[in-house]
Each structure stands twice: as structure tokens, then as C-alpha cells.
Ligand binder design. Structure first.
Ligand SMILES: Nc1ncnc2c1ncn2[C@@H]1O[C@H](COP(=O)(O)OP(=O)(O)OP(=O)(O)O)[C@@H](O)[C@H]1O
Length: 234
């Protein structure tokens, strides 16, 4: 079956530093997959290389079988690969609703009503300024903005970092609803409980290489291995 996203032997550099040393992973339709690893392992660099924010030196990025490797970021975005970065990128001076309206793309299957169904808080806050939202609400808004573009694949970079447990639970439920609505998700996340709750498969990255792959059952069964790679108890 054609994967929604297939990354094969990706090699990326920052200047002379060889950061990604052959990263391969696959995300199927209907799946949530995590990319884990210690600080500096290359998780964000993998996401940036996939969306064209950083041009990989070699390797391949395919979206539903279509090769998008090395294309400019705007082309990869319109081909349907969308990254919600850690810094959230919302317009502080616009209201929630304005932030959403300008993210709507022609041909996108997502309407404002779909967004408000998944994120009822955003509807409640629709007249609030983007800069007045809590951290969790800002995260919801940036995910919602990405969805309105009608992505084929969504990549989330640490969506629950620094958020209160109650908001984390809400975002976990929302990520599931997005997956159920037909958008597969590649998730970079340090919170292992969140990863376990959501993902079908886990890839562990170490010094720019995938060193371990586990399905959900394997991940739950083998905390010692996860601990060895991540230095935390899974
Ligand atoms: N703009 C940059 N220029 C040079 N080196 C960079 C740049 N961004 C990241 N690096 C280096 O690339 C390596 C991988 O960084 P990356 O941000 O991909 O790691 P990460 O796994 O996402 O970790 P973290 O969770 O800390 O963000 C690190 O050694 C980092 O210092």
C-alpha cells in the first residue's frame, strides 16, 4: 500500500555538520506515528527536511507516492504536507476567528464548523486576540490553522510541551479526532504517556539515525529498551 508519507535514507546538514545520517520512516493512512529521541537527536531537523524548510542533501520524501524531495517549502505545503512548529506561529494581533479565516485554502475539505467541533474552546474564544490565548489554546489554534489548509499529512512538533495535564488530555483527544477525520499524523513529542496513548508505531532517533522501531504493543512491553534510548522510564 502507498504510504501517506514515506521518508527514505534522508541525509541533512547544517553547514558542515552532518545531522541526519539516513533517516527512514513511514506513516500509513489512518495512522499516528511518533518520532522520539533525546534533545539534539535530529527530530526537528527531520521535520524541517521533510517540509523543505531545510533542503536535504540526499534521500527521498514521498507524499502519497509523489516525490516532493527538495522542492520549495510552499510547493510541499500545497502538495499537502503541513508542519505545526513548536513556536506555534499564530498572529497575535488578530482574533482567533481572523487567524482561522486567513488559513482557509480553496479546495480544503475543512470548514470552520469542523474546526469548532474539534476545538470548542476556539469557538468560545473566537473574538479574543491571538495574543490573549493560553499556551494550550494557542497550540489548538495553530493546529486548527494547519487543518484549514487541507493537509494530507500533519506533523506536530511537541504539541503539549509545557502545558497543564488537563489541557494535555484535551489535545490528545483532539489529535485522535483529527486522525479519525482522515489525516495521518507524525508526532514529535517528549511526553511518553501521550505518545503511548496515541501512536500505532514509534521510531527512536539517535544522532541522526533511526535506532529502534516498535509498534504500540512492543513499546508497552519493553520499557527497558525505551529507557535505554531515551533515558526515561516509559
Ligand atoms: N540552525 C541550526 N544550525 C546548526 N545546527 C543546528 C541548527 N538547528 C539544530 N542544530 C543541531 O542539529 C542537531 C539536531 O537538532 P534538532 O533540533 O533536530 O534536535 P531535536 O531532536 O529536535 O532536539 P530538541 O528536542 O532539543 O529540539 C543538534 O545537534 C543541534 O544542535
Amino acid at each position: 500500500m502507498t504510504a501517506a508519507l514515506r521518508i527514505t535514507d534522508l541525509q541533512s546538514y547544517y553547514g558542515k555538520s552532518h545531522i541526519l545520517q539516513g533517516v527512514s520512516l513511514e506513516l500509513g493512512e489512518g495512522e499516528i506515528v511518533t518520532l522520539l529521541g533525546r534533545n539534539g537527536a535530529g527530530k526537528s531537523t527531520t521535520l524541517k527536511s521533510a517540509v523543505g524548510a531545510l533542503t536535504p542533501r540526499s534521500g527521498r520524501v514521498e507524499l502519497s507516492g509523489r516525490d516532493v524531495t527538495g522542492q520549495p517549502a510552499h510547493r510541499i505545503a500545497s502538495a499537502g504536507l503541513s508542519l505545526v512548529p513548536e513556536d506555534r506561529g499564530i498572529f497575535q494581533l488578530l482574533t482567533v476567528e481572523e487567524n482561522l479565516r486567513i488559513a482557509v485554502r480553496r479546495g480544503s475539505p475543512w470548514a470552520m464548523s469542523d474546526i469548532y467541533r474539534i476545538f470548542p474552546r476556539l469557538e468560545e474564544r473566537r473574538r479574543n486576540g491571538g495574543g490573549k490565548l493560553s499556551g494550550g489554546e494557542q497550540q489548538m489554534l495553530s493546529i486548527a490553522r494547519a487543518l484549514l489548509g487541507g493537509p494530507k499529512v500533519l506533523m506536530l512538533d511537541e504539541p503539549v510541551e509545557g502545558l497543564a495535564p488537563i489541557i494535555v488530555e484535551e489535545i490528545v483527544d483532539q489529535i485522535r479526532l483529527i486522525r479519525d477525520a482522515g489525516v495521518p499524523i507524525l508526532l514529535v513529542e517528549q511526553n511518553l504517556a501521550v505518545c503511548r496513548a496515541l501512536a500505532d508505531r514509534h521510531y527512536i532517533l539517535e544522532m541522526g539515525r533511526i535506532v529502534h522501531v516498535a509498534d504500540a504493543a512492543g513499546f508497552a512491553r519493553d520499557p527497558a529498551t525505551i529507557d535505554r534510548y531515551l533515558g526515561v522510564s516509559a
